[in-house]
Design a binder for this molecule. Structure first.
Ligand code: SF4
Length: 415
């Protein structure tokens, strides 16, 4: 039986696409292997959103070169955001790679007709479903629109069919994915929006929960907030990347909103969905970010108190507007200092927010086992560990929280 190995780095979109490719390969008779050395087919699913990710991809591809020399029959393919329109250039740089194909595309050696219908045979209780590819926003620092292209939404009918089939096969929760899910449907003939899609999915029997990410603050509509507030299966969890607490920096980033508009949006969300858990993304060390700009970000984060923050140090991506227009003039050490400061701030905030769940009973979807304990998430997306000798996989469990930390919760099954 031929063996395949997929190496994945980057966002949930990449993870979802790798899962899909793995399922398809298994339907064709391949078997997964954890070691590249044993594989007949290796796929590298790449990310170049940050320089550190791109470096890891390049190192991985270079490390695979001797293996390809040793076993010329090995097939080596690359997908993900490294693959741009300059495939000839990539071939010159990595001559040992057999195929390059764009993220989300059917691999060139597989049957295109079947690709659209590929689903995992035994999907996880919580499964990613991609609903829109690409992005039309062109934030000045971001490479995504250049690599993944413009918005391309999948049709509502197609997504409903896919989710129904996933539920038949064992999925209980879906996380709808897109670089900007708030743009969903604008490019389709009858222009449904994300709220319409959520309404349709909410009616699927056997589906227990729906999440979606990532949102864009300038595109999040009152209708969508209303849908989250009203639809019983849509979880009270929203990701809303702010990126900076300074209007000057937001403008240079071309984010399309001000700090005041962002604060107003959060106020509106919290008033309509009181239980909501909010996460955000922040970039530190954007060109010309002064200490004062950075302090504005700290003030915003301290005031809004998010459940989770993903913080990254700016790194210029060749081809983006920011890389062309601005000097990367904040030193790496200063970027790290700012990043650490936000992480320490957030650790304290998350500890306090999670401590409020001490002794409370929360509903957890059991997603799997780790080190002998069941793990799963609350509706608000908090990671919970608990012990139980029964098979809890895919079940909703009532868990009384006994211990909390900034990152996860521990509890016992409430009888
Ligand atoms: S919204 Fe901005 S940051 Fe997000 S993918 Fe689109 S261009 Fe990139």
């Amino acid at each position: 039986m031929p063996q395949y190995h997929i190496w994945t780095i980057g966002c949930q979109m990449n993870k979802a696409e790798s899962e899909r490719l793995g399922s398809y390969l298994e339907q064709l008779g391949y078997q997964a292997t954890a070691t590249a050395e044993e594989a007949d087919l290796i796929v590298v699913n790449s990310c170049v959103v940050r320089q550190s990710a791109e470096n890891r991809v390049v190192n991985k591809l270079n490390a695979l070169s001797p293996l390809k020399k040793l076993r010329p029959n090995l097939t080596l393919a690359v997908t993900g955001c490294l693959v741009n329109s300059e495939v000839a250039q990539l071939k010159g740089r990595f001559p040992h790679v057999d195929y390059f194909f764009k993220p989300g595309d059917c691999p060139p050696w597989l049957e295109k007709a079947q690709w659209g219908q590929v689903l995992p045979r035994r999907p996880a209780p919580s499964t990613y479903v991609s609903i829109i590819q690409g992005c039309d926003n062109f934030c000045s620092y971001c490479i995504v629109p250049y690599r993944r292209g413009r918005n391309r939404s999948r049709r509502v009918k197609e997504i409903i069919c896919e989710v129904k089939e996933l539920v038949n096969r064992g999925t209980r929760e879906v996380a709808l994915l897109g670089q900007n899910v708030d743009s969903y449907g604008h490019d389709l003939p009858d222009q449904p929006d994300l709220a319409d899609l959520l309404g349709e999915l909410n009616g699927i029997d056997g589906l227990l929960r729906i999440r979606f990410l990532t949102n864009h603050p300038k595109d999040m509509s009152p209708k969508l907030i209303e849908a989250v507030a009203c639809l019983d299966k849509v979880c009270e969890q929203l990701s809303l990347p702010v990126q900076s607490g300074s209007n000057e920096i937001l403008e240079a980033m071309r984010r399309g909103y001000t700090v005041e508009q962002y604060r107003q949006l959060i106020t509106e969300i919290r008033s309509k969905i009181p239980e909501v858990a909010l996460s955000t993304d922040v970039i530190v060390g954007f060109p010309s970010e002064t200490e004062q700009h950075f302090q504005q970000t700290i003030d915003l984060l301290s005031g809004l108190r998010f459940d989770t923050i993903h913080v990254a140090a700016y790194s210029p991506r060749p081809g983006t507007i920011a890389a062309r227009k601005f000097d990367d003039n904040i030193s790496p050490a200063e970027k790290m200092r700012r990043l650490d400061q936000i992480e320490r701030l957030q650790e304290g905030i998350a500890a306090e927010i999670n401590a409020q769940l001490q002794d409370k009973v929360v509903e957890v979807l059991a997603e799997g086992k780790k080190k002998g304990k069941w793990q799963g998430r609350t509706r608000s997306g908090k990671l919970v560990f608990f012990s139980n000798s029964n098979n809890c996989l895919g079940k909703l469990m009532n868990i009384r929280i006994e211990k909390t930390s900034p990152w996860s919760l521990q509890g016992r099954v409430e009888s």
